[in-house]
Design a protein around this ligand. Structure first.
Ligand code: ATR
Length: 280
């Protein structure tokens, strides 16, 4: 009998997680399958009970359940405790343990581009939602103290910074304040849904006046090259698209469930192919 893994969220119809996990199971010759399950907010507890009853071996959690699932789990790994959200759960003999691989996954996608140690860089994070929180808290835990946060609603960014257990020297900015001081940053990280299909012409800020050699990254991966990344590339910046974070968070989840390391280059290739034939 196949071991079953899955994803719960709403919506999940366009998720590429089944594609990359099922391919990895096939490559590793494992008798396992990964399915996406549409779970509405008011069905979350019932879904978790069902997962236990059916013996589903592990699952990913996406919008809108990443924080809401915590009370229904038996244990949290320190990654999930730090971030206050869960994107990966393993079922160990009926004990559900929650992890967060988003922040570490982002970091793994960023590291190959870095020319200096992480903590020596100055960062700007755009947005103050769940993804910004995972990335901010993970960078802070890695010793990065120079992280500014820019958000449409400044109060939300202030709250995020206040809640981070590791204190830094960064400031909270409006989007226009951030836009006028981009030359300060070594790494700019766009974490909102702005620019995502079908709004692919939108950018949260204009990418002008960037520091020479800086990195501009966008966690949006559909389109692969967002309007922000196109503009940053024209300004001479190095760019990082959202496929890397998506693939690395998935690979870390795969490792937690199976103890095996999947081929992340192959996973990226599959995602790029699915997104329109562009491969790296
Ligand atoms: P996620 O969990 O995916 O990060 P979220 O918690 O809904 O999503 O957060 C969305 C982020 O995108 C927020 O920072 C939000 O800004 P506000 O805090 O001001 O709402 C930002 N965002 C979404 N749409 C935006 C828009 N049109 N312009 C500017 N910021 C936007």
């Amino acid at each position: 009998m196949d071991t079953v893994y899955g994803l719960i969220g709403c919506p999940v119809g366009h998720s590429m997680s089944p594609l990359i996990h099922n391919d990895a199971f096939e490559r590793k010759k494992m008798n396992a399958r990964y399915h996406a399950f549409h779970v509405e907010k008011n069905e979350l507890k019932a879904a978790v009970d069902g997962i236990k009853a059916l013996g589903i071996a592990g699952f990913n959690v996406t919008i809108p359940h990443k924080a809401a699932i915590i009370p229904f789990l038996d244990k949290l790994d320190k990654s999930a405790e730090l971030i206050g959200a869960v994107n990966t759960v393993i079922n160990k003999d009926g004990c559900l343990i929650g992890y967060n691989t988003d922040g570490k996954g982002y970091l793994q996608s960023l590291l190959p581009l870095m020319k200096k140690p992480l903590h020596e860089q100055r960062y700007l994070i755009i947005g103050a939602g769940g993804a910004a929180r995972a990335i901010y808290f993970t960078l802070a835990a890695e010793g990065c103290s120079m992280i500014d946060l820019a958000n449409r609603t400044k109060e939300k960014a202030e709250q995020l910074m206040k809640e981070c257990p590791v204190k830094g020297e960064g400031s909270v900015l409006s989007l226009s304040e951030a836009e006028s001081g981009l030359s300060k940053y070594d790494v700019i990280i766009q974490t909102t849904a702005i620019g995502m299909h079908p709004n692919s012409l939108q950018k949260p800020i204009e990418a002008t006046g960037l520091k020479k050699g800086s990195i501009v990254s966008d966690i949006v991966y559909n389109p692969v090259k967002t309007a922000l990344l196109k503009a940053a590339e024209l300004e001479g910046a190095q760019t990082l698209d959202g496929v890397g974070m998506f693939v690395h968070q998935a690979a870390l989840a795969f490792q937690i469930w199976t103890g095996e390391t999947p081929d992340t280059a192959r996973m990226s290739h599959l995602v790029y192919e699915q997104l329109g034939g562009f491969t790296c």
